[in-house]
Structure formats: structure tokens, C-alpha cells
Design a binder for this molecule. Structure first.
Ligand code: SAM
Length: 295
């Protein structure tokens, strides 16, 4: 077993050796606690037959733990300055592939097809760059990757919104956008002290496991998300008022929206935050004929 990259002493050694300076704009907060890393990886339930996709390896702190636990690791890093560092720090591991790319622009499905042939169990495991947490998750979900799920670190405030249940103040369109695809839970809360440099916000690791089938069957997924976004546009407004303001088809919609709410068994005076995903599904389907006549 090799010396962990993620001890404070070894991390400092590596940073000094390469004269590396952190770029705040790239969300570079590296983990310097091997116990946290082991914990993160254990939540992913990887075996020696699994694959791991990582976003942002940094100097390889989490990557090496993934390399020890999985059959193959593919890791996407945007910062070119880290490539020689990773070549050095990860040299003991022959099962890691670093892809120099912005994850938001990468063809991840193609990379999986090329690098993970015959691997059936794939997880995304990452300490995400916080400035793009939501775009990264939404991209990887929309790409329909052949994965089991995600174990990812992010700012706690976003983790709370993603995992929120109806009736809470954190519950909103992001909760629904993610919970439509996955079960979502907070796996651990992480103190600032395990990062270098320390971030300004608290952090949490969440675990998302993809549903076999979505919790609601809807005519049009994009329209479901349009309805949920409109329903939460102004949190203090009723669902009826938000829908009237947010859904546009060039006509007066009052009657149509009232009758769709009635058909779905939803009181027009309720607020979006009280609606479960199944209710949003019924509502989206009832509104669909009136707002999606897209011929
Ligand atoms: N995994 C390392 C760790 O835990 O110590 C580093 C995590 S650090 C929070 C985020 C990493 O993501 C950095 O290495 C950063 O350069 C990289 N990164 C930032 N934006 C990215 C993007 N759009 N695509 C790929 N990597 C990105």
C-alpha cells in the first residue's frame, strides 16, 4: 500500500514540488483527510468489478482511493496544470485514466463505452467543484449514463435542497429534478477543516441511486420540469398564481389552470412546496394538452 496523497504533509509536499497555486474560479478545495476519503468511497459500495467516474481529481486524493476499490477509474480534469502532477501521484495505479476536459463539454457516454467495456456497475464519485455542482449533476443525469448512481460532495445548502422532502423550506424544483431520476440522501456532513484551502461554506456528501423506473409516469418530462419551475417561481404565491404567471401559451389560462388543478385533486390555494412529485406529475399531464400543442 502506498502513502496516502491526502495527508496534509504529503499534499503540501506535492503542491510545493509543482509550484501549484489554487484557482478559486475552478472550485479547487482539495481534501486532506484520508479517513473522509475512505468514508466517501465506502458509501459508493464499489467492488473490484466496478467502475468509477470522477469529476475533478485535483492532485489525486480521492482518485487513488477509487483506484484501490474499483476495477477502473476515469477522471475528468479541466486544469491542465494538474496533468503532470497526476501522472506523478497516480503512477502506482494502472487502472486510472485521466481525461483532460471540462466535464460539461465531455462526451461521457463515449468515454464509458471506450474505457469501461464489460463493466456493469458504474458509480460517479467526486468532490465536485462547487461553482458548477448543479450543472454537472443535471448534465450527467440528462446524458443518461449507464450508471448505478452518485456519491458526491457539494456545498451543504445544495445537498439540503437536493434531498429535501415536500413541506420543507428547502424543497423546490431542484429536489424534484433530481428525485425524478434518483433516490437522494445525505450520506455525511463534512467539516471545513478537511479541505485545503478551507471553503467558505459547509459541505455534505450525498448519495443518489437511480430509480429503475421514475416515480411518476408523465407524457413529457421536460414539461413536468417546466411546471415545477413555474410552481416555485415565487415561493409565497399559491400554485395557481405561479402557474398563471409562469405558463405561457399566448391565451388567458385561468380556467384551464383551475380545471387542471381540479382534475389532479390539488387545491389552487396550495403552495408548490406542499406538492409531492406524484402530484406534479398528474398536474403536468392535465396541463399538457393546453400548453404543449407544439405542432
Ligand atoms: N478531487 C480532489 C480532492 O478531493 O482533493 C479535488 C476536488 S476540487 C473540489 C474540484 C476539482 O475539479 C479541481 O481539481 C478542479 O480543477 C476541477 N474542475 C473544476 N471545474 C471542472 C470542470 N468543469 N470539469 C472538470 N473538472 C473541473
Amino acid at each position: 500500500m502506498y502513502k496516502d496523497i491526502a495527508t496534509p504533509i504529503r499534499t503540501k509536499e506535492i503542491l510545493t514540488k509543482y509550484g501549484f497555486s489554487f484557482k478559486k474560479s475552478l472550485g479547487q478545495n482539495f481534501l486532506i483527510d484520508p479517513n473522509i476519503l475512505r468514508n466517501i468511497v465506502s458509501h459508493a459500495n464499489l467492488t473490484k468489478d466496478s467502475g468509477a467516474i470522477e469529476v475533478g481529481p485535483g492532485i489525486g486524493a480521492l482518485t487513488e482511493h477509487l483506484a484501490r476499490a474499483a476495477k477502473k477509474v476515469v477522471s475528468f480534469e479541466i486544469d491542465q496544470r494538474l496533468l503532470p502532477v497526476l501522472e506523478d501521484t497516480l503512477s502506482p495505479y494502472d487502472n486510472v485514466k485521466i481525461v483532460h476536459s471540462d466535464i460539461l463539454k465531455a462526451d461521457v457516454v463515449k468515454v464509458i463505452q471506450e474505457e469501461m467495456t464489460n463493466i456493469k456497475d458504474i458509480m460517479v464519485v467526486a468532490n465536485l467543484p462547487y461553482y458548477v455542482t448543479t450543472p454537472i449533476l443535471m448534465k450527467l443525469l440528462n446524458d443518461r449514463l449507464p450508471i448505478r448512481g452518485f456519491v458526491v460532495m457539494m456545498q451543504k445548502e445544495v445537498a439540503d435542497r437536493i434531498t429535501a422532502k415536500p413541506g420543507t423550506k428547502e424543497y423546490g424544483s431542484l429536489s424534484i429534478a433530481i428525485q425524478y431520476y434518483c433516490t437522494a440522501e445525505i450520506a455525511m456532513i463534512v467539516p471545513k477543516t478537511v479541505f485545503m484551502p478551507q471553503p467558505n461554506v459547509d459541505s455534505a456528501v450525498i448519495r443518489l441511486i437511480k430509480h429503475d423506473t421514475p416515480p411518476v409516469n408523465v407524457i413529457d418530462e421536460d414539461f413536468l420540469f417546466e411546471v415545477t419551475r413555474a410552481s416555485f417561481a415565487q415561493r409565497r404565491k399559491t400554485i395557481f398564481n405561479n402557474l398563471q404567471a409562469g405558463l405561457q401559451n399566448g391565451k388567458k389560462n385561468k380556467e384551464v389552470i383551475l380545471s387542471a388543478l381540479q382534475m389532479s385533486g390539488i387545491e389552487p390555494t396550495r403552495r408548490g412546496e406542499t406538492l409531492a412529485i406524484e402530484e406534479f406529475g398528474r398536474l403536468a399531464d392535465a396541463l399538457y394538452p393546453h400548453f404543449c400543442n407544439r405542432q
